[in-house]
Write a protein that binds this ligand. Structure first.
Ligand SMILES: Cc1ncc(COP(=O)(O)O)c(C=O)c1O
Length: 399
């Protein structure tokens, strides 16, 4: 109960739709708000890249504004961006896509919102890995659908067992939600996992909704098995991504959804009734990002790989934390000993050492004994954080 946001949940005002009760108090906000009242905090809580956006992207935004690109675009998105995205995905995954397969949205967040709320309804079930990005379950539940969680574990690098997902499918299953690389675990599902799930889902008429916002943050030169490269057609998939993580453009709010032309037609109308269109100058910035050099992404990958490797070593040296080597994104989700309350640990760590992590519980019901650590901060800061965490953990009695 101590975690509840009383103002939000216990309002006497009957105006509010009871569906809002499905929205949890975001664990991230709570920690970051508390941290903002403290001095000398080291954040391992950040969910966005810490590098500045590439100069040519910023310049394209300013150029678009100066050129008077301040009106609405077409509802599906800026035609130039749709063309660029179709060409870019076509090249990357050797599959032909038309601009009509794409809808440009206000960040991946709007695409997730459209995908989940246009399919969720009472009696429909969604299979979702646990832990997962915290938006999915509330959006499903707000619209009457239910969530069937598939727990994953640090000792198996938070990999998903495809057979477990397939066994969870039944006549009520509406969709499987995937997020690879995952926030909060950094896990990348191998091609066999994606193929097995996508194939069985298509056979049964179940959708796969795939959140691929970290699709460029893949380490060790591995190729990325996107759902788009594992499906024979687009009839039962919705693939979501954005510029937020790949080009450090989170605040510019441009994302997209890729699906069959029929699905895009439906979602396009819904999109007009939600946000109308995405930000126009930033869609031009997206065109520049896709057309530009890959040096920005390569540099970012190099930097995050160094940080990831250092974090793996540091977690290894930390009493009571069981880590693993994440293959993507910029998160690790180490386990605490079973039964140890991650909320308390994250809160005490912040109050007693000034290091801000996020409790595992924020990302799923099976994750009470875990922490999310983000390495979207410099190696120096990561090392400074562990100079505080390691001695603090050594003093605990979590056995
Ligand atoms: C897995 C995942 N999906 C979607 C988003 C939101 O992305 P966007 O900024 O494009 O809305 C985030 C942001 O943290 C995320 O981690």
């Amino acid at each position: 109960m101590a975690d509840l946001d009383i103002d939000f949940y216990e309002s006497e005002d009957p105006i509010w739709n009871p569906a809002l009760l499905a929205i949890p108090m975001p664990g991230i906000r709570k920690m970051v708000n508390l941290a903002s009242t403290m001095n000398d905090v080291i954040h391992l809580s950040i969910g966005q890249p810490d590098l500045p956006a590439p100069t040519h992207v910023v310049e394209a935004t300013v150029d678009a504004l100066r050129a008077g690109q301040t009106g609405y675009t077409m509802d599906a998105g800026l035609p130039e961006l749709l063309e660029e995205l179709a060409a870019y995905y076509g090249n990357r995954y050797q599959r032909s896509l038309l601009p009509e397969n794409i809808l440009v949205t206000t960040g991946a967040t709007e695409a997730i919102y459209l995908a989940l709320t246009s399919t969720s309804a009472p009696g429909r079930e969604f299979i979702v890995p646990d832990p997962c990005f915290m938006l999915y379950a509330p959006l499903i539940r707000m619209n009457g659908g239910s969530v069937k969680s598939i727990p994953t574990r640090a000792e198996f690098n938070h990999q998903l067992d495809p057979q477990e997902v397939i066994d969870a499918m039944d006549q009520n299953t509406c969709a499987v939600v995937l997020n690879s690389p995952s926030n909060p675990t950094g896990t990348v599902y191998p091609r066999e996992t994606i193929e097995a799930i996508v194939e069985e889902a298509a056979y049964r008429g179940i959708y796969v909704i795939s959140d691929e916002v970290y699709d460029h943050l893949i380490y060790d030169d591995k190729t990325y098995p996107s759902v788009l490269s594992c499906c024979s057609d687009l009839d039962h998939v919705m693939v979501i991504s954005s510029f937020s993580k790949t080009f450090s453009m989170a605040g510019m709010r441009v994302g997209w959804l890729i699906a069959s032309q029929g699905a895009i037609k439906k979602l396009r109308r819904y999109h007009m009734f939600t946000t109308t269109v995405a930000n126009t100058p930033c869609q031009w910035a997206g065109v520049a990002a896709l057309k530009g050099e890959r040096t920005f992404v390569d540099g970012m990958l190099e930097e995050y790989t160094r940080r990831r490797n250092r974090l793996v070593e540091l977690v290894d040296q930390t009493p009571y934390l069981s880590g693993y080597k994440p293959d993507g994104a910029f998160y690790m989700f180490p386990a605490l000993p079973e039964g140890i309350n991650g909320n308390n640990v994250a809160l005490r760590l912040l109050k007693e050492t000034g290091v801000c992590t996020i409790s595992g519980q924020t990302f799923g019901d099976s994750c009470g004994s875990a922490l999310r650590i983000s390495y979207s901060t410099s190696i120096d800061r990561i090392e400074a954080a562990f100079e505080r965490i390691i001695p603090w953990m050594a003093k605990q009695d979590f056995a």
